[in-house]
Design a protein around this ligand. Sequence first.
Ligand SMILES: Cc1ncc(COP(=O)(O)O)c(C=O)c1O
Length: 358
Amino acid sequence: MNAFAEVDTPALLLDLSALKANLRWMADYFAHRHAKLRPHFKSHKCASIAKMQMDAGAVGIACAKLGEAEVVADAGIRSILIANQIVGPIKISRLIDLCRRAELMVVVDSPDNVRMLSGAVSAAGVSIGVLVEVDVGMGRCGVAPGEPALKLAQQVVSSAGLRFEGLQGYEGHCVDLRQETERTAKTLQSLKLLVDTRRLIERSGLPIHFVSGGGTGTYTLTGNCEGVDEVQAGSYATMDWWYGDIRPEFNQAMSILTTVISQPRPDLVIIDVGRKGFGAEWGPPRVKGIAGSEVISYTSEEHTKINVPHDSKIEIGDRIEIIPSHGCTTSNLYSEFVVHQDGLVRARWPIEGRGKLQ
Ligand SMILES: Cc1ncc(COP(=O)(O)O)c(C=O)c1O
């Protein structure tokens, strides 16, 4: 019987052997390096995978959202970096609750946020680790490198309830550049800004415990850069085809199981998932086993058209597996991973972080 006969569609599949090979690859890579791995939870949002990453030697977990950090703490993981700014009294009050049951760190990039955090955290009688986020060229969050970062670090050091831990610099404008030479050159430029800022702060007499940055596309650069201590790669665990094209050392562990629901012509089939069921930021999904995304000619909310050979044997009711272009936004759409290995469904792992936008 087909391994997935009992699985309703669309379903998010996770190939356990592929996942384990990805985790092993990355763990081995960091095993004998100064820099350590702090996997980003936002990619899979699944506590079972986060625990496997910790068992494989990760120093802690990075999260994008406070809600994700709560899930990670619920899973018993202690060291959690929220790689984003936590702003406003509602969130800061939740942050304080979380501080009581995890070793929590957040990033800051403004004097106002530092004041807000310090006031609330010290009034509650707790303390929290803080990294100053440096904009290393992405132009998203982050204070400018050099003096502005030093100034903010000095403010953190003199703020009650805050422990200055170091810096975060995420080179998000480099991580998925298609050409390796360009990716390398731009990443090295970003890293120079980050490490020069670290040295400036250290020369001023403030100790830096760690500097964190990097992603799946740049782990070999950030992971080898003197002055960077942690790499926040996320996608490597489950992958997607966008990263797969530039990081072939990792396997496609995530796919979506779909059903053919219509065949208007012999060379065209329609499957039961569309844009509400996969992240398509980097293009339409690819059909597993068929190279190139051009076989998918159209996607709408709940439908995807797949061009098939004229004489194909595909029939209505058949199952087709597709691989999304963006895994992180895909995992956010499903409540569980259907975990399979050697042709058998082995488990269903909840995606506890799904929809944790707050
Ligand atoms: C702050 C931060 N760190 C690290 C990453 C790296 O994630 P990935 O390995 O999926 O590129 C991201 C991705 O969005 C991020 O926003």
